[in-house]
Ligand binder design. Structure first.
Ligand SMILES: [Cu+2]
Length: 172
């Protein structure tokens, strides 16, 4: 046992050199394999999804969208689940005025769910409920199938009205 332990450092040094040259060999080997046709590794790439769809937003907490009228900004404070996923989702939203101040008394004339490639939305109309901290809880967001979903908020605050759309790829 003791003899093995004493000899180990020198052995591992020489093995280090050996493994470096071995990894070079493996690297050139795997490159050759990737270039070879019919390896089968690319079979799943034929599935059409929205993972790389340029219309889709990348979810992040506090992501924001300036409304089309540039009057209100819609902040997706958080999503549950995060990132948005298939079936039931609940979002926490904040609405800001043009100066960036939160608007706790906004009203939502429409919250629309839509799959642009399928021509339909979710069966239930989402509702926004005001919270004490000035945010709004938005539910139900029943994103019930895979694909690109657009969620459009139209809100009023005083004389100002604006709308913005969040787009997410559900299911890849
Ligand atoms: Cu659909």
């Amino acid at each position: 046992m003791a003899r093995i332990a004493i000899g180990a450092p020198r052995a591992s040094l020489s093995w280090y050199g050996a493994s470096v040259s071995l990894s070079f060999l493996l690297a050139s080997c795997s490159s050759a394999n990737e270039a070879a046709p019919g390896s089968g590794s690319g079979a799943s790439s034929t599935v059409i999804g929205c993972a790389n769809d340029p219309r889709a937003d990348t979810y992040g907490a506090n992501m924001s969208k300036v409304g089309s009228a540039k009057a209100l900004t819609f902040v997706l404070v958080s999503a549950s689940p995060a990132p948005p996923a298939i079936n039931d989702n609940t979002w926490t939203l904040k609405v800001l005025d043009a100066s960036g101040n939160p608007l706790p008394n906004a009203t939502f004339s429409a919250i629309k769910t839509w799959m642009p490639d399928h021509g339909h939305g979710a069966p239930e109309t989402p509702m926004a409920t005001a919270n004490a901290d000035g945010t709004y809880t938005v539910q139900p967001l029943d994103l019930f199938m895979n694909g690109l979903w657009q969620i459009t908020f139209t809100a009023q605050a005083g004389a100002v009205s604006d709308s913005a759309t969040f787009s997410f790829c559900i299911g890849g």
